[in-house]
Design a protein around this ligand. Sequence first.
Ligand code: CA
Length: 221
Amino acid sequence: MRVLLVEDEPKLNLSIKKGLEQQGYAVDNVFDGTEAELLATSEDYDLIILDVLLPGQDGYAVCRKVRDFGIETPILFLTAKDALEDKVNGLNLGADDYLVKPFAFEELSARIRALLRRPKKAIPELLASGNLVLNTLTHQVTLREKEITLTLKEFQLLEYLLRNKNQVITREQLVSHVWDQHFDSFSNIIDAHIKNLRKKLKGDYAKKLETVRGVGYTFRE
Ligand code: CA
């Protein structure tokens, strides 16, 4: 899951980024409203965390422009303002949730999970193909009821491929959902991770993870 984080307080920004990365999210973090609009309308995110008071333009303006652009990515507002009026303002502009500062990281994390679980995005907790089961909450992967140990990136790659079974996923799509914007998409690190993943899956399940020559990969069921 790839998250755009917009927060101008450097310490808070970096601590949220770090916390989310530890939970397995790929996080692009920016510190002003102008850059936020640029990224939100040009990159593909699964969630946007948006502070209200920002240099450049405020979070409300960013939210309105993103929605006007036709982007339906869930938006979670962060703000020090807790007036009812502000909440109503944000929600009217198309935000999905609202968190008042200061907040505990666990609270943010719970809100994010709730937003990502919404039926519109249809994200199940268990992703499976035959005897291969991936639990998105506990990060456990089992094959024929035996747990297999994956690195974080291998897990994220497998998760994305299982969510999009039988579809051809380009290397660019994998990069944008599993790595942050600074990743060099021409490097062959994806292929290396896929190779390791196949080794761990073994036999017929490794074969399901097909290479689509010149394009990317698909998890064939
Ligand atoms: Ca701020």
